[in-house]
Design a protein around this ligand. Structure first.
Ligand SMILES: Cc1ncc(COP(=O)(O)O)c(C=O)c1O
Length: 441
């Protein structure tokens, strides 16, 4: 598989070599590295990206799942064109940022007040500060496999063994008050809250575990967490950086019908430009008001917060989604459900045990039993998952190996049909070579 990839990607290989001389590991986000070397992109439009050798791919990575309308959609391009002529950075508020805040308030159930920043990592860092400031408690309960960006405290328990710092250079003391529990396990969460002895500030989770395997929460689990939080004076917070504006206009909280106290957003809300935001109940977010005399929670925004380019792109995207929500989300749901079902069928028919998890337009194919937590997901056949993605690339389909895929509004039935049939071809060769785990007859 790798030989074919290497045969068709000479320019990417050469650029990776150059990149290694200027960037650690040749990359600028760890998730973007895969073996033998990552593709380097020369341009993108609609559902497509082109690599530096000029090959076109149907892209399902979609800029870390941020591009729900595809690459360079017209409403965003038009808004950016207009905005560039009027300034790229004010370092001050504008009507645009107020309008984006209003759109978010109208769309997201928990969004009474928000604070804008530039990345998801910042948003999640501010979220836990607000939770602690409001409750006066210390412990953050997060999920094994839960990814919330590179902020120091939450960089814990993302990978096996799920209870350690993810990095050298993080002091033990910096994560003392972050506890990791199993996803989709209400009893585990109950136990963790109890063990804090009244010191649990917030239960913080992605309603669809993203980096931990694209695994949706059970609805009863989320309802149970809401009840647990209320009963114990703990806050419930959702990291909706992937699910926000993707699994429903109002995110997973709308789709599941469970409203958290706080939530972090990013990705789609910035319309393809950098954006993060923390939102939630007025009495909690209100603590960030700098005129407060007591209990003031100092959170940032940063030099580039509410920069008018991100505002314009985010506003154009969110407005388009809100105006067309009635058709966009059912159609994305149908596409995602169809893809998951058909891909699994291709593998099943060839005796390869594979399960595609996800919700709405999100999907990830696993090789092994269907996972319901990151612990289970970590036992899957990962080399096979990477091989699968790498085998699709020379045929013009891009899935970032080991990461979820995301369907946009511009992916066609034909695109998805092609992914399904190419999966069948891969299953054929994987099954016949006996490299995949095959089901007993
Ligand atoms: C669920 C989740 N939270 C937080 C983040 C961090 O966002 P950013 O990369 O913008 O810092 C990500 C990024 O992939 C994410 O998927």
């Amino acid at each position: 598989m790798s030989a074919e990839y290497e045969r068709t990607t000479n320019a990417s290989r050469a650029l990776f070599k150059r990149a290694n001389r200027v960037f650690a590991g040749g990359i600028n986000h760890n998730a973007r590295f895969y073996e033998p070397y990552p593709l380097f992109v020369s341009k993108a439009k609609g559902q497509h990206i082109w690599d530096e050798d000029g090959h076109r791919y149907t892209d399902y990575w979609m800029g870390h799942m941020a591009l729900i309308l595809g690459h360079s959609p017209k409403p965003v391009v038009d808004a950016l064109r207009r905005q560039v002529a009027n300034g790229t950075h004010y370092g001050m508020g504008s009507e645009l940022s107020v309008e984006l805040g209003e759109e978010i308030q109208k769309s997201v159930p928990c969004a009474e007040l928000s604070r804008l920043c530039n990345t998801g990592a910042e948003a999640t860092m501010y979220l836990i500060r607000l939770a602690r400031g409001y409750t006066g408690r210390r412990v953050v309960i997060k999920m094994a496999g839960g990814w919330h960006g590179y902020n120091t405290e939450l960089n814990k328990g993302v990978h096996r063994p799920f209870d350690r710092a993810e990095s050298a250079g993080i002091l033990e003391g910096e994560q003392t008050f972050v506890k990791t529990v199993r996803f989709n396990d209400l009893e585990g969460a109950e136990k963790a809250v109890k063990e804090t002895g009244g010191d649990s500030a917030v239960i913080f989770l992605e309603p669809v575990l993203g980096a931990g395997g694209c695994i949706p929460a059970d609805v009863e689990y989320l309802k149970g967490l809401r009840e647990l939080a209320d009963r114990t004076g703990t806050l419930l917070a959702f990291d909706e950086i992937i699910t926000g504006f993707r699994v429903a206009l109002g995110g997973a909280q709308e789709r599941y019908g469970v409203t958290p106290d706080l939530a972090s957003f990013g990705k789609i809300a910035g319309g393809g430009l950098p954006l993060g935001l923390v939102t939630g109940r007025k009495e909690i977010l209100g603590l960030a008001d700098p005129t407060r005399k007591e209990k003031f929670v100092s959170i940032g925004g940063g030099t580039f917060s509410e920069n008018p380019l991100s505002m314009a792109a985010g506003l154009a995207t969110v407005r388009h989604l809100r105006k067309n929500a009635g058709s966009i989300y059912p159609s994305l749901d149908r596409a995602g459900a169809g893809l998951r079902k058909e891909v699994d069928k291709e593998f099943r028919e060839r005796g390869v045990e594979a399960h595609t998890t996800g919700l709405g337009s999100l999907f990830l194919t696993h090789f092994g039993a269907e996972p319901t937590s990151a612990e289970e997901e970590s036992k899957e056949d990962k080399p096979m998952q990477k091989k699968y993605a790498l085998s699709l690339m020379p045929n013009g389909i891009f899935l970032l190996p080991g990461h979820p895929g995301a369907i946009s509004t511009v992916h066609t039935v034909r695109d998805i049909g092609f992914l399904v049939s190419e999966s069948g071809d891969f299953a054929e060769s994987a099954g016949s070579k006996g490299t995949a785990k095959t089901r007993p007859n």
